[in-house]
Design a protein. Structure first.
Ligand SMILES: Cc1cc2nc3c(=O)[nH]c(=O)nc-3n(C[C@H](O)[C@H](O)[C@H](O)COP(=O)(O)OP(=O)(O)OC[C@H]3O[C@@H](n4cnc5c(N)ncnc54)[C@H](O)[C@@H]3O)c2cc1C
Length: 380
């Protein structure tokens, strides 16, 4: 189906971003997987080319462009080339909005230009070894003392955890209230801020996911985002946007898996004919194509609703639930249609399969999405 929500300027942007990926990303993907992280250089190049934090105001070097269709294009193109480690969407679409929305003018002046240029990389640290879905159960805490907050605790599974220069950390700041959290920006080099090892994962091998430790880190009050104690509500406010970005990526990942499998089944022969000629193959491919096309229309509509401020959190949760579950079914079926070659890393489908598995877990598991949707429909 022809997608209707893009204008000519989006097509021009997509073409230029694709050219950037062809030049600056695709040739380095194998190396980055080997290194367990992408290079700092590619972040700077993306910044130089204007692809980071495009919504930032021109006074901070941004384009002042708050149209989520550009975020969608970036997520899609990264998914089409199967690049899960270069987390531009995490930096621009998920983390930078915390500074934009809750940061004060001095903080924006201090950080935004370097986030736009790619000189500084962002991460957000909510999850802890004992608390993921249940954020209110986190133990990391900060105690106010004169002009600083003393931060203690640890976080895990933090994307961009090794490369990040600024980490938006959620910490408990009132022991009597489990929902009283504060968001604070911890900067590279602050005494007591230590990074753990890069975590070994089943997929996303070019992504530097890590543990972070905070041992009496003295976080200046000037690094607090918004009002102390309101962090939980700030996180809740931003999670819808995060889930929409993931839905954009998941449905594009499903498209990419379907496309590479189409090429394979048209080529591969068994019993004297292309496997595409078996009715089972055609039917499976047709079923997947139908579901992907239907999902794409839903996601595109969500993007437009987000642009006009009408996207409800439960609908964003539906988009994340549907697309990531669909992606899981699609990559599994596509491996099946590749036969044994689908299990070999030389075929892109095997990497797609491994990268896809996390999408039903991070940014809120499928079960948590169902809770949100259920509650929004009066089922709690
Ligand atoms: C590669 C990777 C990158 C990540 N990046 C980040 C990051 O950048 N920043 C960050 O803060 N976090 C990050 N995470 C953490 C991620 O968001 C959490 O793993 C996720 O929210 C689930 O939390 P958990 O792992 O503690 O699982 P748990 O919360 O322990 O859940 C375990 C199981 O119990 C189920 N469950 C839990 N509660 C309920 C319930 N109420 N009803 C029904 N079932 C329930 C879950 O659905 C799941 O199936 C990342 C994780 C990974 C693996």
């Amino acid at each position: 189906m022809e997608r209707q929500h893009f204008e000519q300027e989006h097509t021009i942007f997509r073409d230029s971003f694709k050219a950037f990926l062809t030049r600056e990303v695709i040739p380095f993907q194998t190396q980055w997987e080997h290194d367990g992280m992408v290079s700092r250089e590619v972040w700077r190049k993306a910044g130089d080319a204007g692809y980071l934090v495009p919504f930032a105001d021109p006074q901070y070097g941004g384009a002042g462009c708050r149209d989520f269709r550009y975020d969608q294009i970036i997520s899609e193109e990264l998914a089409y080339i199967n690049e899960a480690g270069f987390m531009m969407p995490l930096h621009s679409t998920l983390c930078a909005p915390y500074i934009d929305t809750f940061g004060n003018e001095a903080q924006k002046q201090r950080w935004m230009p370097s986030l736009v240029s790619g000189e500084r990389i962002l991460a957000v640290a909510m999850t802890e070894p004992h608390a993921g879905s249940d954020l209110a159960g986190m133990r990391t805490q900060a105690i106010e003392q004169d002009d600083v907050w003393i931060l203690n605790g640890s976080k895990t599974f933090i994307s961009n955890g090794i490369l990040a220069d600024l980490v938006i950390v959620a910490a408990k700041t009132d022991p009597t209230n489990p929902h009283s959290m504060t968001l604070m920006v911890v900067e590279e080099g602050m005494p007591g801020f230590v990074r753990g090892q890069r975590l070994k994962k089943m997929g996303m091998h070019s992504q530097d996911t890590a543990e972070l430790f905070f041992d009496n880190v003295r976080v200046p009050k000037t690094n607090i985002l918004g009002v102390p104690g309101q962090g939980f509500y700030y996180l809740m406010q931003m999670l819808g946007r995060e889930r929409l970005a993931l839905a954009c990526s998941a449905i594009a990942g499903a498209q990419a898996a379907w496309q590479t499998t189409r090429e394979y089944v048209l080529e591969r022969k068994a019993f004297g004919r292309e496997i595409a000629k078996f009715q089972n193959t055609r039917f499976k491919m047709a079923e997947m194509k139908t579901e992907i096309d239907v999902g794409q229309v839903f996601v595109d509509r969500c993007v437009m609703d987000h642009n006009t401020g009408r996207l409800r959190d439960d609908i964003a949760a539906e988009a994340k639930l549907f697309t990531t579950e669909l992606l899981g079914r699609v990559v599994d079926q596509c491996v099946q249609l590749h036969g044994g070659w689908g299990y070999m890393m030389e075929y892109p489908i095997s990497k797609m399969y491994l990268n896809a598995r996390i999408q039903r877990i991070f940014a809120g598991t499928s079960e948590i999405m169902k809770e949100i949707i259920g509650r929004a429909n009066g089922l709690a």
